[in-house]
Design a protein around this ligand. Structure first.
Ligand code: TXA
Ligand code: MG
Length: 323
């Protein structure tokens, strides 16, 4: 069955909500990337996500909620988690917190962990859909496992057409990189994944630096989804490139020095003005477009580490990782 494309209006939202309640898979627009949504309380529906994505089962999912009150029924919010939720929700932040007694996010969605990842998305359309669904919606990025994350309807359909019941059409995702993930368990808050909320903004609210995940040698990673090779285009990716090599396509950032990557036959600029938010919003679409031309390698210009640059560099490093 081809995937239905639902309009971002009252009827489309109601239909998408009904499909989710019936255990179907629906791609949902958020401000970060499109999510592949299913009822997080229904193990059979959640199993459908893993099957459609061809995703390893051990990878836990984020449960999406329409507001903080709904999130507090699923997880326990200590003082740090509460300050972060109040500062950044709705928005591109995911909080990993201890499971609440009576929480409904099923074991499979949490990959059996005693914690749960919760997010109240900034997208109004997403929150309206979550309200219509009336239950937590588990949603990883709506791409096949290991592929570049989707920020447009066509990206989702290219990977998942006929594998999911419907997509709610919200146009392009304005932030363009996934949410920042912070674990607030015991001990100081830990940055599990850089993303749409810059580290600096989170540290300003907490009044201290975020800790880094500490994984003892050989132990399972704290965030099991953070496999090195992720977001992988078909082409190889070469980071911090300053000179173009034969056969390479170029992913640029900021003004292009004439003796630098300018010689590429094919190039796209993430942000000619050097704006990191603009660059994040174009990252995955540009990677997909360059990759579609079939170059052996995509050479990527240096991108600063500050603000959203940390998330952009993280995704590019994963795209460049050996696979
Ligand atoms: O912006 C986003 O976060 C998007 C949109 C759709 O909301 N979603 C997304 O989901 O990026 P996904 O599944 O691609 O990434 C979820 C990450 C994984 O790396 C997973 O390991 C981590 O969250 N995670 C989920 N539950 C966790 C838990 N209890 N403890 C630690 N990490 C967890
Ligand atoms: Mg993903």
């Amino acid at each position: 069955m081809p995937t239905r494309r639902l309009a971002a209006d009252e009827a489309g939202i109601a239909e998408a909500g009904a499909l989710l309640r019936a255990g179907q898979l629906v791609a949902i627009p958020t401000e970060t990337v499109y999510g592949l949504g299913a009822d997080a309380s229904d193990p059979a529906a959640v199993a459908g996500i893993y099957a459609a994505k061809e995703r390893p089962r051990f990878n836990p999912l984020i449960a999406h909620l329409p507001d903080l009150a709904a999130a507090r029924r699923e997880g326990v919010f200590g003082p740090d988690a509460l300050s972060l939720a109040e500062a950044f929700w709705p928005g591109p932040l995911t909080l990993v917190v201890p499971l609440a007694v009576g929480g409904t996010v099923c074991d499979l969605a949490r990959a059996g962990l005693p914690s749960v990842a919760l997010r109240v998305p900034g997208s109004r359309l997403a929150r309206d859909l979550l309200t219509a669904a009336g239950r937590p919606v588990a949603a990883p990025s709506a791409n096949r496992s290991g592929r570049v994350s989707p920020t447009e309807v066509d990206h989702v359909l290219g990977d998942l057409d006929s594998r999911i019941a419907a997509i709610l059409d919200g146009g392009s995702c304005p932030v363009g990189v996934e949410s920042t993930i912070v674990a607030c368990l015991d001990g100081p808050p830990v940055l599990l994944r850089p993303g749409g909320v810059p580290r600096e903004a989170i540290e300003a609210v907490l009044g201290r630096d975020l800790a880094l995940p500490s994984a003892p040698e050989g132990a399972a990673p704290v965030s099991p989804g953070l496999l090195a090779s992720h977001y992988a285009p078909r082409a190889a990716v070469r980071l911090d490139a300053t000179r173009i090599r034969p056969g390479e396509a170029a992913l640029l950032f900021g003004p292009v020095p004439p003796d630098g990557l300018a010689g590429a036959a094919l190039s796209l600029n993430l942000s000619p003005a050097g704006d990191l938010a603009e660059a994040a919003s174009h990252l995955f679409a540009h990677l997909r477009r360059l990759d579609a031309a079939g170059p052996a390698t995509i050479a990527v210009a240096p991108i600063p580490e500050r603000g959203l640059g940390e998330a952009i560099r993280d995704r590019l490093a994963r795209a460049a990782a050996p696979r």
